[in-house]
Design a binder for this molecule. Structure first.
Ligand SMILES: *Cc1c(COP(=O)(O)O)cnc(C)c1O
Length: 357
């Protein structure tokens, strides 16, 4: 098989070690003589997987015992509901910042449960920047933000200092760089962008936030039973958590400092070519450019389809922009090697030469 360079926004590229371990486990999981996908989630071999995955998250982020780590189902999108259901009673207000489709969806869901104060939005410029000048009122139940806007290619590198609980959707940039996790009261991330296959969502939540809702919360949407049962209240996503565990081992081994160096090198290389090559143009305000999702366009709209075809011929995959914004998007998640970015940059140069020749 020819190597395909995978720039997909999600589900996305994973470390080869996680894929190889999954193939082995599908044949014979942990010496049980059973496949990973036919083994009981209550077996001691599998319980060890969930335990290790949670422990790795704690180790990588230096989490104190104040936090619970969960692997839930329903995608990051279910958290848009679980957060207000559990943390925002009727008549109370939560603050959100609107930085794109995912943030908008989180806002829409929260409005079903309480009052939502949208402190700032970048919708006026099709979400091509991160709003910064806003004040978080001290009387809101929590503040919610999205650290990386997967569809638009913007990323928050600083988080507001606030007394109110800080909640962040980190679906597309978690574990891409070091950050102080202790400033957050809750972090969540769908696995399929930077951590594993689709089917599980990492939730990191301060235990003190749990179990205080006045409304009746359906059991599966209540954090409490999931915490009390170590993500095993019901059958978890057995396969997806296994792959996450292996990705987390790889992340821990590399360390977040080294991960950031690697991710920054990849992003710098691609943005430098976008800025140099007259055939391409970035779409995001420079200081807010994401290291995970690089959005750009061809300066001549007619070149777009042709360039995508040219990329395909070079085994570059997943570069079409999200259907809601168009253009081009290269996702440079943790597992993408710098060689793939080099091939993309060379392809952009060749494309330029073909237009000048
Ligand atoms: C993809 C994505 C989501 C939605 O994730 P699902 O797991 O598909 O529900 C939410 N937030 C962000 C930032 C995303 O990139």
């Amino acid at each position: 098989m020819t190597k395909v360079h995978n720039f997909s926004a999600g589900p996305a590229i994973l470390p080869q070690s996680a894929i190889d371990a999954s193939i082995e486990a599908l044949k014979n999981f942990s010496g049980t003589g059973l496949s990973l996908i036919e083994v009981s989630h209550r077996s001691k071999e599998y319980e060890a997987v969930v335990e290790e995955a949670c422990q790795l998250v704690k180790d990588i982020l230096n989490l104190s015992d104040e936090y619970a780590v969960l692997f839930l189902q329903g995608g990051a999108s279910t958290q848009f509901d679980m957060i207000p259901m559990n943390l925002l009673d009727e008549g109370e207000t939560a603050a959100y910042v609107n930085t794109g489709v995912w943030a908008s969806r989180a806002i829409k869901e929260a409005k079903m449960f309480g009052n939502v104060n949208v402190l700032a939005s970048s919708e006026d410029k099709n979400f091509n920047y991160i709003p910064k000048n806003y004040t978080i009122p001290s009387d809101v139940k929590y503040f919610h933000c999205t650290s990386n806007n997967t569809i638009y290619g913007t990323e928050m590198f600083d988080f507001p200092k606030t007394e109110v609980p800080l909640i962040c959707d980190m679906s597309s940039d978690i574990f891409s760089r070091p950050f102080d996790a202790s400033q957050f009261d809750m972090i969540y991330a769908g696995a399929q962008k930077n951590m594993g296959p689709a089917g599980t969502t990492l939730v990191i939540i301060k235990k003190s936030l749990i179990g205080n809702a006045k409304r009746k919360v359906p059991t599966m949407l209540d954090y409490k039973p999931h915490v009390e049962n170590g993500s095993m209240y019901n059958t978890p996503s057995v396969f997806a958590i296994f792959v996450c565990m292996h990705t987390l081992r790889w992340i821990k081994e590399m360390g977040l400092e080294a991960m950031e160096v690697r991710n920054k090198a990849k992003a710098d290389l691609l943005y430098a070519e976008i800025d140099r090559n007259p055939l391409f143009e970035g779409t995001v305000v420079k200081e807010d450019r994401s290291r995970m999702n690089v959005n750009f366009v061809t300066t001549n709209k007619e070149h777009e389809a042709e360039f995508l075809k040219f990329c395909e011929s070079k085994n570059l995959s997943g570069l079409k922009g999200h259907r809601s914004v168009g253009g081009l998007r290269a996702s440079l998640y943790n597992a993408l090697p710098i060689e793939s970015v080099e091939v993309l940059v060379n392809t952009m140069k060749e494309f330029e030469a073909s237009k000048n020749g």
